[in-house]
Design a protein around this ligand. Structure first.
Ligand code: PCA
Length: 199
């Protein structure tokens, strides 16, 4: 079996942030020669917009039918890399998104299941990140903002349109807690773990 296509996404800055390490990691991954684990890598930086990020994720799944989709985002209040276990069908935005939209207590998808468990091997992803020498943990909440909406939507889209696709989400702490080079190495190792190959 070949490693197939892996889609890795980051997010634009949002709120008061002028940078988003998830976009920086995605740009570095896309620019580096040799995709992790021999996969065909597709990278994209999503706008931190509920409407545009979720529709783009659906397009990426439909267009590439990837073997794996890994979305990355910034968790401003965490100090270590976390691999999310679940996306839930609820939005409660504490700040407006980049389109100025601030949904409160609405579903990600009307009528969708309450939650989707991540379909990547979460423990293997944590182990892969730790194997590069950094701290990493599982997380049981991706929040109720755009990151959770993207994880839920990726899992929802994969289930409907591309059942061979596993999907998951990694929250990165701010760069002061995880320098860019370390984050890139850890994410490369996670991507390699998704396709069952050494990094
Ligand atoms: N973090 C936000 C949205 C975009 C990002 O990088 C979140 O955790 O929902």
């Amino acid at each position: 079996m070949t490693a197939g296509t892996v889609v890795v996404t980051g997010f634009t800055p949002f709120g008061t942030h002028t940078e988003n390490p998830s976009a920086d990691v995605v740009r570095e991954l896309g620019a580096a020669p040799g995709a992790p684990g021999g996969a065909r890598l597709v990278t994209d930086v999503l706008p931190t917009s509920f409407a545009r990020a979720t529709s783009r994720v659906r397009e990426l799944v439909d267009e590439h039918e990837p073997s794996a989709l890994l979305a990355l985002g910034l968790a401003e209040n965490r100090t270590v890399l976390t691999v999310e276990r679940v996306g839930i069908n609820l939005v409660d935005a504490r700040i407006p998104d980049v389109d100025g939209v601030q949904p409160v207590d609405v579903p990600v998808r009307d009528g969708g299941p309450d939650a989707h468990l991540a379909t990547i091997d979460v423990r293997a992803a944590v182990a892969a990140a730790r194997g590069t020498g950094i701290e990493a943990e599982t997380s049981s909440t991706a929040g109720l903002y755009v990151c959770n909406a993207v994880l839920y939507t990726a899992l929802d889209a994969a289930r409907a349109a591309s059942p061979g696709t596993v999907a998951g989400f990694v929250h990165l702490p701010p760069a002061r807690d995880l320098p860019l080079a370390d984050a890139v190495r850890a994410v490369r190792a996670i991507v390699a773990s998704l396709v069952g190959q050494p990094g």
